[in-house]
Ligand binder design. Structure first.
Ligand code: GLC
Length: 444
């Protein structure tokens, strides 16, 4: 711990700095970090990447280790799995025996939002001399993972990236999936016992009806031997997700920057081909009726109803369109003005909004960070800063919760949550102010 954090009379934000470091260290399991001791006792994909960003503020080497250990869960087809199971934890469901991935170490059968390339770029730019060897090892793995998304998670001719299970989106019970999940018939699933309800209030977690369908989709995937292209094309649930699509496009741009730094000319060509489909992906997700980018069911072609926080990640993806952006910004201000502690994960004016139920309303620090980065890159500094100050205040007042009630700011879900601590260190703490005010150099 840096010396100045040991001093007695710390200001509240310096206290939070010290606590955030303590949380990262306490949840550090050697070469990977748990999202939360009791609730999530394994390595989760995007959690780990935010953690790497947090570590990069205090121990850059440890940040690199976090990224490298995640790729131990990369399959031979390129997918970096959403959970890597190490050290058996019988208290977690669904564990490795349910997924039957056939991979060593065992993993789940899905992926998660690919923030890794963006994080690898950030770590590299902190210290290019130290970073070179790491990038040399990681770059081919990132390429294979991005290629997996661009080939196995699109419908032929399409460009927007689909999720085949709500868990793959990282936004488990978002209303974005409601209509498509209704169409999943949960009958015939094996009996099972959830574990999450023993740790957190059930009013904050997905419902049993949701959970039966989650299990149905796991059983379906497993029955195909995890044939990912087949699951996308034929499976019971295949929905183009603005979250994953925009995060991947952003990560493609960062991968391109890495290819340039390293002189990997052959890969540039392939990445540029992916990026040429960016506009087509965005067009597919744009709903003129709602004036926003929203999830769209690949089977029916129907857009989901309602605006969720990932709609605003088009800026982060580097997608600019003045007419659409104007409508998005109007939604942004309307939604932020509805609640004191935004950005709510779902529109508070929609009747399905629930301020404490997971992805149906609560504010998440990681999403605020991604949206804010996009805003500042696009030149919307005020919008970006509003998100940072709100996140800072939330953590100062409520602590490092998994997520927060956007109406009254109460912390909810798991306490001492790793990614909230990591985002504090990397972005929300006043200590990083001067650094992140600089617009991030881009490679559009
Ligand atoms: C939940 C979240 C997901 C996260 C995981 C671990 O499943 O929805 O985004 O990665 O918890 O924190």
């Amino acid at each position: 711990m840096p010396n100045d954090l040991r001093k007695e009379s710390l200001t509240p934000d310096r206290k939070r700095d010290a606590e955030a470091i303590r949380i990262l260290r306490a949840n550090d399991w050697g070469n990977y970090t748990l999202p939360s001791r009791r609730l999530y006792p394994y390595q989760w994909n995007w959690d780990s990447m935010f953690v790497a960003l947090g570590f990069s503020e205090i121990d850059l080497d440890r940040g690199w280790t976090e990224v490298e250990s995640l790729f131990e869960g990369q399959w031979s087809n390129g997918m970096a799995a959403h959970i890597v199971f190490r050290r058996d934890q019988p208290g977690y469901f669904p564990g490795p025996g349910i997924w039957q991935s056939g991979h060593q170490p065992p993993t789940s059968g899905l992926s998660q939002p690919p923030v890794a390339a963006t994080v690898v770029r950030a770590l590299y730019e902190r210290d290019p001399v130290l970073g070179r060897d790491h990038v040399r090892k990681l770059f081919p793995k990132l390429m294979r993972w991005h290629r997996w998304f661009h080939t196995k998670r699109v419908m032929s001719g399409g460009a927007a990236i689909a999720v085949t299970h709500p868990w793959e989106s990282g936004r488990d019970n978002s209303p974005d999936w409601d209509a498509s999940m209704q169409a999943v018939d949960p009958s015939g699933i094996q009996p099972y016992q959830r574990c999450d309800l023993g740790h957190v209030d059930s009013a904050m977690r997905p419902t049993m009806a949701d959970y039966d369908r989650y299990m149905k989709l796991v059983e379906y995937g497993r029955s195909t031997g995890w044939d990912h292209a087949h699951i996308t094309r034929e499976g019971p649930f295949s929905v183009a997700d603005p979250g994953i699509t925009f995060i991947l496009l952003r990560a493609d741009r960062d991968l391109k920057a890495l290819a340039r730094y390293m002189g990997y000319r052959d890969s540039l060509f392939e990445i540029e081909r992916w990026l040429r489909s960016a506009q087509r992906a965005a067009d597919y997700l744009w709903c003129p009726h709602q004036g926003a980018y929203v999830a769209r069911d690949l089977r029916t072609g129907r857009h989901a109803k309602g605006i969720s926080s990932v709609s605003f990640l088009s800026f982060y993806a580097g997608i600019a369109n003045s007419r659409r952006d104007e409508r998005l910004l109007a939604h942004y201000h309307r939604i932020m003005d509805q609640v004191e502690w935004g950005m709510p994960s779902f529109d508070p004016q929609d009747e399905r909004f629930e301020p404490r139920r997971y992805w149906r309303g609560p504010t998440w620090a990681i999403i605020n960070y991604l949206i804010a980065r996009g805003f500042s890159q696009a030149g919307y500094y005020e919008e970006s800063e509003r998100l940072r100050l709100t996140t800072r205040k939330l953590i100062l007042e409520s602590g490092f919760y998994e997520y927060f009630d956007p109406v009254d700011g109460t912390g909810a879900g798991g306490p001492e949550f790793t990614w909230t601590a990591a985002i504090w260190l990397a972005w929300a703490s006043p200590q990083v102010e001067s650094k992140s005010r600089l617009p991030f150099p881009d490679s559009h």
